[in-house]
Design a binder for this molecule. Structure first.
Ligand SMILES: Cc1cc2nc3c(=O)[nH]c(=O)nc-3n(C[C@H](O)[C@H](O)[C@H](O)COP(=O)(O)O)c2cc1C
Length: 275
């Protein structure tokens, strides 16, 4: 059931919802308001474009009220602010030894979960380590696992460099794998959805930008991903990642112990103007 409801008093029958519905299932009653025929409900993408586009806030769908959405009259961040964010975002490899405020932690995940997904599948799953002690425990387990693989000589070919991370940790307590970040985010999605890998990477990209806009440091963590998903796959189960999920990526995050004063200057962009 979609619970597509229209406030007949405020609806002006402008037809915007009808025109914008990607599944083309909203019709305008001859004398009255937009409606969705029951037999067409199953085609709905659940994208909520109808709720988003209605100027009067007359449409409710899936039990969601227009009044609970953020209004967009104030506009988006100005382009220069976004340019500063995109160019100023850095990989953070030094963190404060403290947990994030739990409210902010939850907010980062809730907002990032608005990232687009193929066919609006919305099946991206955030597995998080919400306490620095949990990351420390995982680090210990990863190190133990890597030591075992190294001793057995069964570190995957081309991954022998992980042994240097073990010795840096054992000798100097320098953590190249998790960079002493207090938190970890693992994004996965069911293999059966249309675009699991893309969904994961887009969600993580949104998470990163929103986190950095909130002063939170982030690091795309290929080394931790390699350890968890490839070298020590038993950790998947230990972390509660469903068997039928595609492993997206891993991100370390937390309050940064570093401040960047300016953007970097990459570019010019590699652009090919096709015929
Ligand atoms: C997919 C991906 C995986 C990465 N994995 C790691 C990693 O395991 N460890 C690390 O220190 N940096 C990692 N990085 C960070 C890159 O080295 C970094 O983005 C690059 O040096 C540019 O620096 P910047 O992000 O500050 O612009 C990764 C970045 C990406 C996009």
């Amino acid at each position: 059931m979609l619970h597509f409801e229209v406030n007949k008093e405020s609806c002006t029958q402008c037809g915007l919802c009808v025109a914008d519905c990607p599944a083309r299932i909203i019709a305008m009653a001859e004398e009255g308001c937009p409606f969705i025929a029951v037999e067409k409900e199953s085609i709905c993408y659940r994208c909520e474009h109808c709720l988003a586009i209605c100027p009067e806030g007359s449409i409710s769908i899936l039990g969601l009220k227009a009044s609970d959405s953020l209004p967009l009259e104030a506009g988006y961040p100005d382009p220069l602010a976004l340019e500063r964010l995109i160019k100023g975002r850095r990989s953070v490899r030094r963190y404060k030894n403290e947990n994030l405020d739990p409210t902010l932690f939850q907010q980062l995940l809730e907002v990032a979960w608005h990232a687009p997904t193929g066919v609006n599948s919305r099946q991206v799953r955030f597995t998080v380590l919400d306490d620095k002690e949990k990351v420390a425990t995982l680090r210990d387990e990863v190190m133990v696992g890597l030591v075992r693989l190294a001793k057995e000589g069964s570190l995957a070919k081309g991954k022998e460099y992980y042994t240097s991370f073990i010795s840096l940790w054992e000798k100097h307590k320098v953590d190249i794998l998790f960079r002493h970040a207090p938190h970890l985010l693992i994004v996965t999605a069911p293999r059966h959805v249309a675009c699991p890998e893309q969904d994961c990477l887009i969600a993580m990209s949104y998470f990163e930008l929103y986190a950095q806009a909130n002063g939170v440091g982030t690091l795309w963590n290929g080394l931790a991903k390699g350890a968890i998903s490839d070298l020590l796959p038993e950790l998947r189960q230990r972390l509660g990642i469903p068997d039928d999920h595609q492993f997206g990526y891993v991100m370390s995050f937390g309050m940064p112990a570093v401040h960047y004063a300016r953007t970097v200057q990459h570019g010019p962009a590699i652009i090919h103007r096709a015929l």
